[in-house]
Design a protein around this ligand. Structure first.
Ligand code: 5GP
Length: 118
């Protein structure tokens, strides 16, 4: 529910420029920056700018654009990190592992035989 959106979540602060991030992409609707605790080298978070808690309350047009940015980022990190594959994930609500309550997508380069951090 949009009423469950907290303006003081960490990605809202990053979007407002109140805390720093290593941005690798930005357009009118979406930003992408490096995850501060990467699961593997090259772990990027793709974050739509409009306020939504997660995919459950997101606007479909926002989602459609965001997934096109996820694709661009996936292609870029696969190349830059010379990866064998790319893992894409997205969590909704604490029961599913969500810890930051502004919609975001994880894009993580993967190498054959390399374990994800626990
Ligand atoms: P999730 O909510 O999907 O479980 O994960 C949130 C992700 O945000 C985690 O991978 C975590 O490392 C990342 N994260 C949390 N705080 C910050 C921050 O201040 N800056 C950046 N760049 N990433 C963060």
């Amino acid at each position: 529910d949009p009423a469950d959106y907290d303006d003081n979540n960490i990605f809202a602060k990053i979007l407002r420029g109140e805390i720093p991030s290593h941005r690798i992409y930005e357009d009118a609707h979406t930003i992408a920056f490096m995850d501060v605790m990467p699961q593997a080298p090259g772990h990027v978070l793709v974050v739509p700018k409009p306020a939504s808690r997660n995919i459950l309350d997101a606007d479909p047009a926002t989602l459609a654009h965001a997934i096109s940015v996820v694709q661009k980022v996936a292609i870029a990190v696969k190349d830059v990190f010379d990866a064998d594959g790319v893992f894409i994930a997205q969590f909704n609500e604490p029961a599913a592992g969500q810890t930051v309550f502004h919609l975001h997508f994880h894009v993580i380069p993967r190498h054959e035989g390399a374990a994800l951090k626990p």
